[in-house]
Design a protein around this ligand. Sequence first.
Ligand code: CAO
Length: 472
Amino acid sequence: MAKKQKKSKAKAAAKKSARKVVKLSSVKKDKSGNGLPKMSSKPYGRAGKALTGVRILDFTHVQSGPTCTQLLAWLGCDVIKVERPGVGDITRGQLVDVKGADSLYFTMLNHNKRSITIDSKHPQGMRVLEALVKTCDVLVENFAPGALDRMGLTWERIHKLNPRMIVASVKGFGPGPYEDCKVYENVAQCAGGSASTTGFREGPPLVTGAQIGDSGTGLHLALGIVAALYQRNRTGRGQKVLTAMQDGVLNLCRVKLRDQQRITKGPLTEYSQYGEGVPFGAAVPRAGNDSGGGQPGWILKCKGWETDPDAYIYFITQAPVWLAICDLIGEPTWKTDPEYATPRARLPKLKAIFARIEQWTMTKTKFEVMDACNAVDIPVGPILSMKEIAEEPSLRKTGTVVEVDHPTRGKYLSVGNPIKMSDSISEVTRSPLLGEHTDEILKDVLGFAAKDIAEIKNSGALSAPKKEEKAA
Ligand code: CAO
């Protein structure tokens, strides 16, 4: 009898947790007949979060996938991160700065998540995974091609267990000759057109510091997932969402594919190599610090550049503010001189013009240049070091840079949610310890009875294999 009661209690708990998923049919509709729910009377920011009620089976690791699920967590999803027992996400132990604590690499990509350890290749592990598939809305993964299938979690199997599930994947390449390749950030930057178009013409291709291959692709995937969730509200069924890192990078290099087509029609006049009389080849060249748009720009030295590697400013000679630029740098005659007065006349002389502007910027700090230029609407960008960004009070105020406390590493800085919403406000909570939420997920989310939990745990499916004792 007691056993039966326990079982039904566990079932009720599972049902209750399943009910947490918002059922649109149960939401009161607005009387106006526009199909939208009745407007909430709660104050803004107190009506839950944008994605409250959505549960994610987070099978991601390293950077691309975790970026995606971290964003989803900030938007309100319950993100359950599945990790290999004993090891976890490999980044927990990469670039370690505090001995014995999860690395910043891991903590900064896994905020607001819960962690459960499961050996997916153990039958009892698969039992837990299948239970998760049944209760979650989205499975997100970025394993090497074929790894999920090899675990037995094919799309067909997942879809059979839960036809409403959205299965979202990051892969290095889409279908084609490279679809089976493993891919990291810089491989994607190279294959997506970023490296060939970054750097100086005379130098080799360059990768960028911004993680456009990993974090950029994670961002794309998050948008795909949100769209699939929205479509599911209409169709009731899940779908596969795939973002290839090559595609994600290429999407961010869109303007370079634009230039690839323009180059067949004539020289790219806004590239400084045009003004320098250097002929173009068959492919888009590296453009140094040229601006990618129609307004010429360059990075210029500021006061202190001899000792400070970041004493520079990006200066844009935007056509509508040319007169203000001439006044500011002390070249008032350039306002009317036909050699300088029009953007077309300036194009072949950009190098010399920027050299003259630099004479002026070198007399001021980058912040003084910024103040002087902003006062007359000239767009400029100070080159901010990571130290300056970490210490910038306005970024702390908006929560873009946040201080997070962690039980084993103490306080550290992180980048908070860059998406600010007035009715879905993110708080950044620390990343989970390895397997920290295993018990609560088995019990409260999946509704396993104590007997089942004991059986699963004793099978070794959730724990690291015991180290063999050495013979004395
Ligand atoms: N229990 C048991 N096995 C597990 C497990 C778990 N909880 N989690 C993972 N594994 C297994 C996988 O099943 C796989 O086993 P098989 O090769 O036998 O099928 C194995 O761990 C390794 O997975 P992997 O191949 O994905 O990992 P890797 O370190 O060798 O490769 C990476 C890493 C990133 C190159 C690869 O995952 C990849 O190309 N991913 C797609 C692209 C991507 O996201 N790249 C960006 C990464 S961020 O820089």
